[in-house]
Write a protein that binds this ligand. Structure first.
Ligand SMILES: Cc1ncc(COP(=O)(O)O)c(C=O)c1O
Length: 408
């Protein structure tokens, strides 16, 4: 096999482009047409959103599901259920989308960041517990890249400290931890249906729960505190946004739900194949599988431990592989000024610069040394369910080629 790297003029491993993901098909079209022909796209009085919620609850074995307009909105609604006092703390992930952080501030609470496992990048139970104070109200446990966190110890920590546990499953739809899907272990499981997710409505989201009181509050929080079933004559229970899903999203969501488990199973198969095929390459590290959980690979990740990750990824891209080093590059609290400079509400710096905060908060890299370490070495490869085994093999060949060359 050619060993000269494409970046130095050798032959590329992959000459042709990889297939684009096509998440939608005739089933989505059929249900969309049905929704439009009904002449009513308003989710509260239509059939699609209602049916979607019923089927989501059924799929996850949860008592209730509430639809939402995005993953961020779903998490915001979950925090609306927590109903923190201004200045209360909520523990979340340092490596994630801002959607697992900003809603905390939007309910005037303060995000606190637990450190992670430097390989999986998932939050570690011991760091979650170490960050609990008498102001902590909830934990947002974020399952990254399709890999459930160590959920059981976090459930025990939440119970011990009387905290609400919210699971963020935006990157881990329909993925089992032990016998059950991630999202069913906490008080609430939140999901994003943004375009890149295992199931998608372009934008969209939902929350599952087994607790009726929680569900009622989720429903009210998603609709300006408004619901005749629960409110009777009074219209608006409390301050809340409008996160109502439309029938268009409901229609696409129904079609997506029919296939989400097959999407996940295919990704497990392809990701496992890639993991095995690069496991002995030198200077890199594939993340070892664990018996007690599935990994549904929202994107595939591995670590470049003994080469320069930027150099490695440039060489890999020259081989025709779509890869990027460092994921979000820095912990999420350094990716903007909403935390480091308290850019929240006007120039108030609320809730940080207020009597409600119980101390000064500093958001600096030394809070999460393992997150820094993991981000430094991680590389993200785009894989999806419509790729073939041969596509995966090309990725593996290219990774092995670059690793061998750089190890010489
Ligand atoms: C882990 C995680 N949480 C939350 C979100 C927010 O979801 P959305 O973009 O639908 O608001 C995302 C989306 O990228 C995510 O990956």
């Amino acid at each position: 096999m050619e060993t000269k790297l494409a970046i130095y003029g050798g032959k590329k491993v992959r000459e042709t482009p990889f297939p684009n993901r096509k998440p939608f098909s005739s089933r989505e079209e059929e249900l969309l047409i049905q929704a439009v022909r009904s002449q009513n796209l308003f989710g509260k009085s239509g059939t699609m959103v209602r049916d979607f919620e019923k089927r989501i609850a059924n799929f996850y074995g949860a008592s209730f599901a509430q639809s939402s307009t995005s993953g961020t909105a779903a998490i915001h609604s979950a925090i609306g259920v927590v109903n923190p006092e201004p200045g209360d703390e909520i523990i979340t992930a340092p490596i994630t989308d801002p959607g697992s952080v900003m809603p905390i501030l939007m309910q005037n609470a303060i995000p606190v960041f637990a450190d992670v496992d430097p390989l999986t990048l998932n939050m570690r139970p011991d760091s979650i517990e170490a960050n609990i104070t008498d102001r902590t109200r909830a934990i947002i446990l974020v399952h990254l890249f399709g890999r459930p966190c160590d959920i059981d110890p976090v459930v025990r920590i939440a119970q011990k400290h009387d905290l609400i546990l919210i699971e963020d499953c935006s990157q881990a739809h329909a993925t089992k931890y032990k016998e059950h899907y991630a999202g069913t272990f906490g008080h609430m499981g939140c999901f994003s249906m943004q375009q890149s997710k295992h199931m998608t409505t372009g934008d969209g989201g939902f929350i599952i729960t087994n607790d009726e009181e929680t569900y009622i509050r989720l429903k009210l929080f998603s609709d300006k505190g408004w619901d005749y079933q629960y409110m009777g004559d009074r219209d608006h229970a409390f301050l809340a946004p409008n996160y109502r899903m439309t029938e268009l999203q409901g229609a696409v969501g129904l079609a997506q739900l029919e296939k989400v488990r097959s999407v996940v199973e295919r990704r497990i198969e392809l990701g496992t194949r890639l993991n095995e095929k690069i496991s002995s390459a030198s200077g890199i590290m594939a993340i070892p599988p664990e018996d007690n959980r599935e990994v549904s690979w929202w994107n595939y990740i591995f670590h470049i431990t003994a080469h320069n990750p930027d150099e490695f990824c440039s060489a890999l891209r020259a081989e025709g592989i779509s890869v990027s080093p460092h994921y979000i590059k820095d912990p999420i609290f350094l990716r903007g000024e909403f935390l480091t400079k308290g850019q929240t509400y006007g120039s108030s710096g609320f809730p940080f610069n207020s009597p409600y905060a119980s101390k000064k908060y500093h958001y600096s890299p030394d809070l999460v040394p393992n997150a820094i370490k993991g981000l430094n070495t991680v590389a993200v490869v785009g894989i999806h369910e419509q790729m073939s085994k041969e596509d995966i093999d090309d990725i593996a060949i290219a990774i092995n080629k670059v690793a061998n060359f750089l190890s010489r």
